[in-house]
Ligand binder design. Structure first.
Ligand code: GMT
Length: 377
C-alpha cells in the first residue's frame, strides 16, 4: 500500500463534528509519519495547541476586499491557498471534508496545479441540508461526481446522497471514531459537585444549537424528567437557538437547574461526569457527540434520525424515539435514571461499542487505505 507522503486537509474550522473528525484524523496521520497541511480560514477548533515543527501545519486562507466585489469569494481564496500549498510542498492528496465548498475548491486546485488527487468525505449537512437546496444542487453533485474518491460517515448518508443527487458512483462508508483513552468515565466528585448535588442526575447535551438539533426538545425532555426526579441539565455549545432554549427553560421553571456552559473543545471532562446524553435532532448523519458520550459510559437517548441508529443501538446502548416525541424521550430517560442496573448495563455496552466498533485503530487504517487507492487512480 503506497501512502501519499504529503496530504492537505480542508475542513470547517468552528465547533462541529466534521472539523473534529478532520482534525483528529489529521493528527493521527501526522503521527504516522505523513506531512499534513491544514488549509482554512482559521485554526480548526480542536487543532489549537496541537501544531509543531514536525506538523501538522496550518495555512491561513487570505481574504480580499475590493469595492467592486459584493462578497469576499472565500471559495476562490481557499482554492488559491490550497494551490499554493500543493505546489510549494508537493502535496499529492487533498482530503476535503464536505462536498461544498471544500471538495469544489480542491477539484479547482487540482485543475490549476495539474496535481493532487481529491478524496471527499461527506458529513451530512452538505448533502441533507445545504446540498439539497436548489441553489447548490449542481455544484454539490459536481463536487461529488468529480472527486477521485468519496467516503460517507454512515450508510444512511451514502444512501441519501445517491437518492438526493441520483449519483451511482461508489461511496465508501467509513464511520467516525473516538479516542477511548481520552473519552473515559471520570470520578471527580469535586467537579461534579460544581453542577449537581450527589443525589441529582446530570443530563448533558452538546451541539452547535442550530435548528436541526431541536434544543427546545432537550429542554422539554429535561423539564419532564426534573418534575419526577432530582436532576440538572448541562447545555454545552452555542448557536442561533440558544436564546429560545434559555427562554423555554425559564417558562418551564427549570432555568435554575439548567447550566448553559457555552462552547469549548475539551468536552471529555463534562461527558465523563454526566449520567445521560440527549440528542433529539431532526437529522443527524452520524452523531459524533453521542459516540463521545458512549465512550464515557454515558447512555444516550436520541431521536431515531438519519445515521443515529448506526451509532446508538436501541435498548442496548441507549434508547431511540421518533423525532419530536419528547414524552417518549423523557420516559426513556426516567427509565434509565431510575434503574441503576439498567443504567450500568447500557453504560457498559455503550463503552464496549465505542471500544469495539469505533476505535481509531479500526477506522484510521480504512482512511489510509482510501488515501493509497485515491492516489493510485
Ligand atoms: O451537526 C452539525 O451541525 C455539525 C456537522 C458538521 O459538519 O460538523 O455535523 C455533521 O458531521 C458530523 C461528523 O461527521 C456528524 O457526526 C453529524 O451527525 C453531522 N451533522 C448532521 O448530519 C446534522
Amino acid at each position: 500500500m503506497e501512502l501519499p507522503d504529503k496530504i492537505a486537509v480542508l475542513c470547517h474550522t468552528g465547533a462541529g463534528g466534521s472539523g473534529v473528525v478532520a482534525t483528529e484524523l489529521g493528527l493521527l496521520v501526522a503521527a504516522a509519519g505523513r506531512e499534513v497541511h491544514f488549509v482554512g480560514s482559521a485554526v480548526p477548533f480542536r487543532l489549537a495547541g496541537q501544531r509543531g515543527l514536525r506538523g501538522p501545519y496550518f495555512h491561513q486562507v487570505g481574504g480580499f476586499a475590493y469595492a467592486l466585489f459584493d462578497q469576499p469569494y472565500p471559495e476562490l481564496a481557499a482554492t488559491n491557498a490550497l494551490s499554493e500549498v500543493i505546489l510549494e510542498h508537493g502535496v499529492s492528496l487533498t482530503h476535503a471534508h464536505y462536498a461544498i465548498p471544500h471538495a469544489s475548491a480542491a477539484i479547482h486546485a487540482r485543475e490549476i496545479t495539474g496535481r493532487s488527487r481529491v478524496l471527499t468525505t461527506l458529513h451530512g449537512t452538505d448533502v441533507t441540508l445545504v446540498g439539497a437546496e436548489p441553489a447548490f444542487r449542481h455544484t454539490t453533485r459536481d463536487a461529488i461526481e468529480r472527486s477521485d474518491h468519496v467516503t460517507a460517515v454512515s450508510q444512511f448518508l451514502a444512501d441519501q446522497t445517491r437518492e438526493v443527487f441520483g449519483i451511482t458512483r461508489e461511496i465508501e462508508v467509513i464511520h467516525n471514531f473516538v479516542d477511548a483513552g481520552r473519552f473515559v468515565r471520570v470520578t471527580d466528585p469535586a467537579l461534579r459537585a460544581r453542577f449537581a448535588h450527589p443525589e441529582e442526575a446530570l443530563i448533558v447535551h452538546i451541539s452547535n444549537f442550530r435548528p436541526v438539533k431541536r434544543v427546545e426538545d432537550v429542554v422539554q425532555v429535561f423539564a419532564r424528567v426534573a418534575s419526577e426526579i432530582p436532576a440538572r441539565l448541562l447545555m454545552v455549545g452555542d448557536g442561533p437557538e440558544r436564546p429560545r432554549a434559555f427562554e423555554l427553560a425559564g417558562q418551564l421553571g427549570v432555568i435554575g437547574r439548567t447550566h448553559f456552559l457555552g462552547s469549548f473543545p475539551d468536552v471529555e471532562g463534562v461527558l465523563g461526569i454526566s449520567d445521560l446524553f440527549l440528542l433529539p435532532s431532526t437529522n443527524e448523519s452520524f452523531g459524533l457527540a453521542a459516540l463521545e458520550a458512549m465512550s464515557c459510559e454515558v447512555p444516550v437517548v436520541a431521536a431515531r434520525a438519519g445515521g443515529v441508529p448506526e451509532v446508538v443501538e436501541d435498548g442496548v446502548t441507549g434508547f431511540l424515539a421518533p423525532v419530536g416525541d419528547v414524552d417518549a424521550m423523557a420516559d426513556a430517560a426516567l427509565r434509565i435514571l431510575r434503574d441503576p442496573a439498567l443504567y450500568r448495563r447500557l453504560g457498559t455496552a455503550a463503552r464496549e461499542a465505542a471500544l469495539t466498533r469505533f476505535q481509531p485503530e479500526r477506522i484510521v487504517p480504512r482512511y489510509l487505505s482510501a488515501y493509497a487507492r485515491t492516489v493510485r487512480v
